[in-house]
Each structure stands twice: as C-alpha cells, then as structure tokens.
Ligand binder design. Structure first.
Ligand code: AMP
Length: 194
C-alpha cells in the first residue's frame, strides 16, 4: 500500500522539496506537513508563534528545537495525520530527530526518508532566479550553510538505519517525482519481501 506511511522528505533549500512534497502527498493520499509553510502562515497571521519566529526566519537561521517540537507535536496529533504523512522541513537537526522519535513513541516510527540531491551552484542559481523576499544572496548562502551544518548529519543517521533513499533533484520536476515514487515502490516491495 502506498498510503498509511510516515515519510520524511529531506533536501537543501531550493531543491524542489516543497513542490515534490505536494505532488507526492496527493498521489499517496496523505497530507504533506511543511513546517516552513506552517511558520509562514503563523508569521503572516501575526499569531504569538508567528511573532516569535518572524525575526529568525528572515535571517535564514533555524527556529529553536523546543518551539518546533511543540508545533510538530500538535500537528501530528490532528486527525488527518493518523493515516500517515509526508514531513517536509522537519526534522532539521539531530535534536529534532530525537524529538520526533519521542513524539512518535519509538525509533522506528518513520518508514522512509527521501533525499533530493542538488549541486550547490544549481541551488544558488535557482534561489536568485526565484527572487523571493527572503532570497537575497546572503540569506540564500546562510540557509545553505545552516543546511550543511545542522541538517546534513541526518543523512548519515537515516542511512545507517537503512531508511534513506536518494534521488537526483537536478532534473525536470516530473522526473524527480518518478524517481521518488520508484524509491517508495522499491521500499514497499522490500518491506513485503522481508
Ligand atoms: P522552509 O520553507 O522549510 O525552508 O522554512 C522556512 C524557515 O522556517 C526556515 O528558514 C527556518 O527559519 C524555519 N523552519 C522551518 N522548519 C524548521 C525546522 N524544522 N526547524 C527550525 N526552523 C524551521
């Protein structure tokens, strides 16, 4: 079965992660849970959470792990997350990995971690082309530095657990989607065989 799964989508900023998360979630019939979208909505609504995180978000730094843990805990407790979900943008630090394990109540609550790989030069090119408000070159580089320093260690961690599937993100959108679906198919067949 393609649905009912708890998936994590990993990838650097501007890897197309958000786009792929939306497509995959639709195909798999599970919600895409994007912490970036949730924080932007909070910021735009001017909620207490939004006011707390707006400054940090503007610099390209990460919101603190404790705040993120509560945001994710609440989101995963909602009804629509009971049949599985695709996490986009969480976890992003090793502390968040442990927090997620705690929220799920065990270490094997996650079924598969999909990694979209894109070369740095291409990421920066895409970011500047998009020209979003928070995409000035300095912030773009900062977001990339933060990813390399804080988030890349997750790759080795999930690889060791045998959960990681990598795809080439320097490809047209549909090809990246196909690779991701294939990675998930291969994963579920392995699950059936063992
Ligand atoms: P994103 O759209 O996923 O790149 O998220 C936009 C911004 O929200 C990030 O640059 C962070 O400041 C913040 N953010 C989103 N997800 C997380 C997370 N898991 N941990 C810390 N900060 C986050």
């Amino acid at each position: 079965m393609a649905d009912g799964r708890r998936l994590i989508l990993l990838g650097p900023p501007n890897s197309g992660k958000g786009t792929q998360a939306a497509i995959l979630a639709e195909r798999l019939g599970i919600p895409a849970i994007s912490t970036g979208d949730m924080l932007r909505a909070a910021r735009d609504a001017g909620s207490e959470l939004g006011r707390k995180v707006a400054g940090i978000m503007a610099t390209g730094e990460l919101v603190d792990d404790d705040t993120m843990k509560e945001v994710v805990r609440e989101r995963l407790a909602r009804q629509d997350a009971r049949g599985g979900y695709l996490l986009d943008g969480y976890p992003r630090t090793m502390r968040q990995v442990r927090d997620l394990e705690e929220i799920l109540g065990n270490t094997d609550g996650i079924d598969c971690v999909l990694l979209i790989r894109v070369p740095d030069e291409e990421l920066i090119r895409r970011a500047l082309e998009r020209g979003r408000e928070d995409d000035q070159e300095e912030v773009v580089r900062q977001r990339l530095n933060v990813y390399e320093e804080k988030t890349e260690p997750l790759i080795g961690y999930y690889r060791k657990l045998g959960l990681l599937r990598e795809v080439d993100g320097h490809r047209p959108i549909e090809e990246v989607t196909s690779q991701l679906m294939e990675a998930l198919g291969a994963e579920s067949q392995e699950g059936v065989a063992s």
